[in-house]
Design a binder for this molecule. Structure first.
Ligand SMILES: [Zn+2]
Length: 683
């Protein structure tokens, strides 16, 4: 959960799937190296490409692929993930059936985890037993100091009651790992869920309060008591929410980089319990902390030192139980599903049990599962097969930078240096977490918490890394994840094995198709190094301004055009995209398709007749084919830095001159046609 959240903050990934899980309900996104069934596209000629290119390409597929009852959406990513789930299922059930004495430790751990997750009888019988020590500690809180300390105890035992606390590269000095603190403590996706006043949002707020009440009843409170306590807890969450940064504010690295020494922290926010927090067993020595949202600590300071302890106990107890609910007995799990999946995302049925356990195992034991997955399902030639494509794309990007007319030579030189220094990681890591010291038992929720606590110290964002040199081999996604990312603080692009397969990449497909699909993804991630956030970091990942005044103004002017373009796209009636929240992704999408197109041309030779070479754009459009539930779309518009899939296609191609050359039937008067002066030109 923690790593997923942080991916939202700093790391820019290709898609929200496997990336954003602010409420702790998600999991990894595994996939198989065995190609999933590959329906290519059937164009709908009755929808003119100039009116809606996305639907022109994807309409037939959309008609044939309704959303399954247990999903919030269906698309390329979910289909790849389904196949991977089956492979991971096979891998985990085999481990579960292996004789303990004849298996290696890794297999034994996977087997033990999976068995515990499938033993619903034991899970139901266990009730809240796994939380009993923590609930007793909450009960025993007798002072403000106790309160602060217990929040840390919960944190080190695998929960995240008030904030996220991790080890991360210091973006003021990228040779070191320091402690970082990110706002938390909410049961709904973000602060704005507590403050919106439209009817839908008010209904969600009411449904959430009802959810709190039901969880309290399940945990043993009387109906009347639970109703009163739910009001108290909701009010506390709302107070914390008001102190938080918005999603847009969280995109500004200058605002979210605030490194304090311990002395400064203690002086400014004395009630947080810094001594206890910085001495979590297994943590490296903490001398400073980056506080992403200082305003949130102002609120927390005030609440910890003034809100009634009795209210705090209610709040902590609820937060702990709610966070653990997906791994508790059926009634808790069903209530968790009812709010987080049904109400927030419109899903009508739970995933089958085995899938839920596979997803949890994948997210908690990513490297353990990943190592076996790679050995079994990933073609060892994958790395070599795509490397040439990566090279061509990088060279093309470099050449385009050199030719930009809007950028001066000094900034160009720095940009090209940064691109040359960008590292790439392909398919799977060279080194794996070994999970030494992780002890699992027969208790499912106990195992999830143990793995989560283990990751707090030893994971990619582990506190054990603080004070040590930065490890260049760390991956923040497992190889079985259908996604990719750019990490600005290490200036690297990362492509897990699971995305290096059809329909993204097929060694037997022609270049147009591979460049239109995977090529656009590769160039998308490279462009993140030069989007409105990424451009603020230098080639070594430090937050450092390498732009001239003039070039900065040029860049901002060009991106403003994208902001206003996307602000005009309406995802649902009355619900437009947020052009500022999605700006970084939209820049990356535009750069991605543009650069991939030219890389393809340089690999395939100049087009003799562009009209006969439409595959590139079709390949790009079909990657984003999707059917999604309205509730999920709404949730994404509010929280996801990526634009809705339709606009990842329509918002991009109509800015690209070569798109018009390839589709000369698109003419002024068509719904999405843009005059040259209205087309955004950045990279
Ligand atoms: Zn992206």
């Amino acid at each position: 959960m923690k790593r997923l959240l942080l991916i939202v903050s700093l790391i820019a990934c290709l898609a929200a799937a496997g990336c954003t899980t602010p409420i702790g309900t998600g999991a990894g996104h595994p996939v198989s190296a065995t190609p999933a069934p590959q329906p290519w596209y059937t164009l709908n000629e009755s929808i003119r490409p100039g009116d809606d290119f996305y639907t022109h390409v994807n309409d037939a597929w959309q008609r044939e692929n309704p959303i399954p009852a247990d999903k919030k959406y269906v698309g390329t990513l979910t289909l790849l993930r389904d196949k991977a789930d089956e492979d991971l299922h096979a891998l985990m059930s085999r481990a579960a059936n292996a004789t303990v004495t004849t298996t290696d430790r890794n297999t034994a751990l996977i087997g033990q985890f999976y068995r515990s997750g499938m033993d619903t009888q034991a899970i139901d019988a266990e009730g809240l037993e796994t939380l009993s020590a923590d609930l007793a500690a909450i009960d025993a809180i007798g002072s403000r100091e106790d309160l602060a300390n217990v929040t840390v105890v919960l944190l080190e035992r695998g929960a995240t009651p008030l904030y996220f606390y991790l080890g991360e590269v210091n973006t003021r000095n990228t040779t070191e790992v320091i402690a970082t603190l990110w706002q938390g403590g909410l049961g709904m996706p973000d602060r704005d869920y507590y403050t919106r006043t439209d009817n839908k949002s008010v209904a969600t707020q009411e449904a959430y309060q009802d959810h709190i009440r039901k969880v309290l009843v399940l945990s043993g409170e009387s109906g009347a008591q639970a109703a009163a306590d739910a009001k108290t807890i909701y009010a506390m969450e709302k107070t914390l929410a008001l102190g938080q940064f918005t999603n847009e504010e969280n995109r500004d690295p200058q605002r979210t980089t605030n490194v304090y020494t311990l002395a400064e922290l203690k002086e400014r926010w004395p009630s947080i319990g810094w001594d206890r927090l910085t001495s979590i067993p297994g943590s490296g020595q903490v001398t400073k902390v980056n506080v992403y949202q200082p305003k949130y600590l102002d609120t927390l300071e005030k609440e910890i030192s003034t809100a009634p302890l009795a209210d705090w106990k209610l709040y902590l107890r609820y937060r702990l139980i709610d966070e653990t609910s997906p791994y508790l007995g059926a009634s808790f799990e069903e209530e968790h599903f009812a709010f987080y999946d049904r109400t927030l995302n419109g899903v009508t049925e739970m995933l089958p049990r085995w899938k839920r356990v596979v997803h949890t195992g994948d997210s908690q034991l990513g490297d353990l599962v990943g190592k076996q997955y790679v050995a079994e399902y990933v073609d060892p030639r994958t790395h070599g097969m795509v490397t040439g494509m990566f090279q061509t794309i990088r060279q093309t990007f470099d050449a385009r930078m050199g030719n930009l007319t809007w950028m001066g030579s000094a900034t160009k030189e720095r940009a090209r240096e940064k691109l040359a220094a960008m590292r790439q990681k392909i398919a799977y890591p060279d080194t794996w977490m070994d999970y030494a010291g992780l002890e699992l038992t027969g208790s499912y929720s106990g195992n999830v918490r143990a793995a989560s606590a283990y990751n707090l110290i030893h994971g990619p964002y582990g506190l054990g890394r603080i004070g040590r040199p930065v490890d260049p081999d760390v991956w923040f996604m497992s190889p079985q994840t259908v996604n990719a990312y750019y990490n600005p603080s290490t200036n690297e692009i990362v492509f897990p094995a699971a995305i290096l397969q059809p329909p993204f990449f097929d060694p037997d497909a022609d270049a147009a198709r591979n460049y239109g699909a995977l090529g656009a993804v590769v160039a998308h991630e490279m462009t993140h190094g030069f989007d409105d956030q990424g451009r603020q970091y230098d080639k070594d990942g430090n937050l450092a301004d390498w732009w001239t005044e003039e070039d900065r103004a040029q860049f901002t002017g060009r991106t403003a055009l994208l902001v206003s373009e996307y602000n005009q796209f309406e995802v649902l009636p009355g619900l437009p995209l947020n052009g500022n929240l999605t700006l970084g992704e939209n820049i990356a999408d535009l750069g991605g398709v543009t650069i991939a197109y030219h890389a393809w041309r340089s690999a395939a030779g100049p087009a003799s007749d562009p009209v006969n070479e439409r595959e590139f754009f079709y390949a790009y459009a079909q990657v984003w084919r999707e059917n999604a539930r309205e509730e999920a779309e709404r949730n994404w518009v509010y929280t996801d830095p990526h634009s809705a899939s339709k606009y990842r296609v329509n918002g991009v191609v109509f800015n690209i001159p070569e798109f018009y050359e390839t589709f000369p039937e698109i003419q002024p008067g068509d719904a999405l046609y843009r005059n040259e002066s209205e087309r955004a030109v950045i990279w």
